[in-house]
Design a binder for this molecule. Sequence first.
Ligand code: 5GP
Ligand code: MG
Length: 193
Amino acid sequence: MTMNALKIIRTFALRMSTVKIKDKEFSTFISAEKIQARIAELALELNNDYQDKNPVFIGVLNGAFLFTADLFRCMKGDCEVSFIRVASYTGTQSSGAVKEVMGLSSDLKGRHLVLIEDIVDTGHTAVYLMETVKKLEPASVRFATLLLKPEALQHDFRPDYIGFEIPNDFIVGYGLDYDGLGRNLNDIYTLIA
Ligand code: 5GP
Ligand code: MG
């Protein structure tokens, strides 16, 4: 194949903006530029709300690791970051019930906490995390999510900081995976087939 032909194919592939992960095909949904621009806006709000409060950002692994990092580096002044992981029941009737929160520091009493999630879907995880974290007697707890699926939400819960509200479709990229893959994509993609 000539170099020219290769270039044309690559250009075409970029314009198509589709990606195949295992058996599924996805197309670009939110570009990296849009994600970063929205994060900058959220950071403006957070910087304003948490000025001189030395907040602790708590990222929820694995999905929120990129969002947490990009948001955190927009923060001015004193602030801290840590990560937790949520293990779900793996039994037969997996109803999205949450089993355990791992890695939560016990010395968060009196601190201003911001939980950071990649996406709120049913809201089971978010509600469970809020309840669990409140038991540690922090000064305050707020919830930030890059994405929210309002149609999927099953709780009377509204995150305090929301990047984008999206339809109830399966997405990957920017930390979100399909079967462990796709987290390294800089754009967010939605399932097409
Ligand atoms: P919830 O407890 O709100 O139902 O689910 C939250 C978790 O489900 C998220 O942190 C994420 O790991 C996963 N999740 C929900 N929707 C999607 C999606 O569209 N794509 C991916 N990759 N994960 C999702
Ligand atoms: Mg998550």
